[in-house]
Design a protein around this ligand. Structure first.
Ligand SMILES: Nc1ncnc2c1ncn2[C@@H]1O[C@H](COP(=O)(O)OP(=O)(O)OP(=O)(O)O)[C@@H](O)[C@H]1O
Ligand SMILES: [Mg+2]
Length: 337
């Protein structure tokens, strides 16, 4: 009997334009900061924000350093223009923006989110300022022909899984794990950003067609793979792809032509793997466990937190000299204005 070839149903849910939403945001927002161990509330009005340097530029807008004199706080302010939000799901957005506020500052692997403002036909999202993002950091390591250490990779993996684990406890998922959403500091801190607001942007028409879906899991394309629905396991896949990218210096799907080519590779080909002759068995296995096509068989956060690749380096601090050397070079690059 001839076997019928399996046909994948490519049902990636393309966004349907929605009417303009009412997010209930104003020109000002309340922020709570710690002053001498005591929580203190301030109102940040859009007009009080003093613009500093440009920290980065994404598909949806810019991230700028801004100073708020009354609270003496400096924020990284992400600006997302109203027009670019067409096509996102309005209810999800409203919920997603409230969720990160609830998270507070209890998880050291998540960037501190202070609040959001709506002014000048744009959303302004106020977060903690970090020194750079992992996309720029790892590119610099390869540009300088330095070695990407497994100690550093383990610290990145640990921070991301800890952040996802924390989000899971709050019944949230990230939806946009990728190197540019992992930030780091000279102090060796590694933190995930754009949680909450990622639900805000990942479904938008703009993002889908700008080919920024290289981190999406197979179940987003082929829903028949999903046992319990689209879940935090999707973020674990994106972490696996990000780790391969950071470890090798290039995205594993960099050669896939266009969105359809990418979709085909993700659903039809074997998941990408690290070269076992170049990386430790622990790292290779960790990445493989993230990159299992069936989400039900993909590793959970607790399994990954308990993995040898994390435990091996748990007692060893991040190499601050190495981080400084790379970061100093990253800082020499000007962000395009
Ligand atoms: N809190 C922050 N502190 C310092 N730099 C930041 C911060 N947030 C973002 N950046 C920088 O700004 C850049 C742009 O961020 P943004 O989230 O707008 O886009 P992205 O994540 O790079 O890409 P995309 O638009 O595809 O999601 C980041 O790559 C990072 O280098
Ligand atoms: Mg981002």
């Amino acid at each position: 009997m001839s076997k019928k070839p399996r046909t994948h149903k490519l049902q990636m849910s393309l966004p349907v334009p929605q009417p303009r939403r009412n997010l209930d945001l104003a020109r000002e927002c309340k922020i709570t900061i710690n002053e001498n161990g005591e929580p203190k509330e301030y109102v940040v009005n859009f007009n009080e924000l003093e613009r500093g340097d440009l920290l980065g530029r994404g598909q949806f807008g810019t991230v700028t350093r801004m100073f708020h004199k009354p609270s003496n706080m400096t924020f990284a302010v992400k600006m997302i223009n109203d027009d670019l939000m067409e096509g996102s799901d309005s209810q999800n957005q409203a919920m997603d923006l409230k969720a990160p506020l609830k998270m507070g500052d209890k998880c050291p692997s998540l960037i501190r989110f202070f609040g959001a403002i709506h002014a000048e036909s744009a959303f302004w999202i106020l977060t903690e300022v970090m020194d750079t993002s992992l996309d720029r950091f790892y590119s610099k390591i390869f540009a300088l022909e330095m070695k990407m250490t497994e100690l550093f990779l383990s610290k990145v993996a640990h921070a991301v899984v800890a952040a996802l684990d924390y989000m899971k406890q709050l019944h949230m998922m990230h939806r946009d794990i990728k190197p540019s959403n992992i930030l780091l500091n000279y102090t060796g801190e590694i933190k995930v950003c754009d949680f909450g607001i990622s639900g805000f942007t990942t479904n938008s028409v703009c993002k889908t067609f700008k080919g920024c879906q290289r981190y999406m899991p197979p179940e987003k394309i082929d829903p028949s793979l999903t046992g319990e629905g689209y879940s935090i396991k999707a973020d674990i896949w994106s972490l696996g792809i990000s780790l391969i990218e950071i470890a090798t210096g290039h995205h594993p799907f960099k050669d896939s032509p266009g969105l359809l080519g990418l979709i085909k590779v993700i659903v039809s080909k074997d998941p990408p793997k690290l070269d076992e002759t170049k990386f430790s068995p622990e790292l290779c296995e960790f990445a493989n466990k993230c990159l299992v096509k069936m989400p039900d068989n993909r590793a959970s956060c607790s399994e990954l937190l308990d993995h040898e690749f994390i435990k091996k380096y748990l007692e060893i601090p991040n190499d601050l000299e190495y981080i400084k050397k790379v970061m100093d070079e990253v800082k020499k690059d000007k962000v395009d204005s």
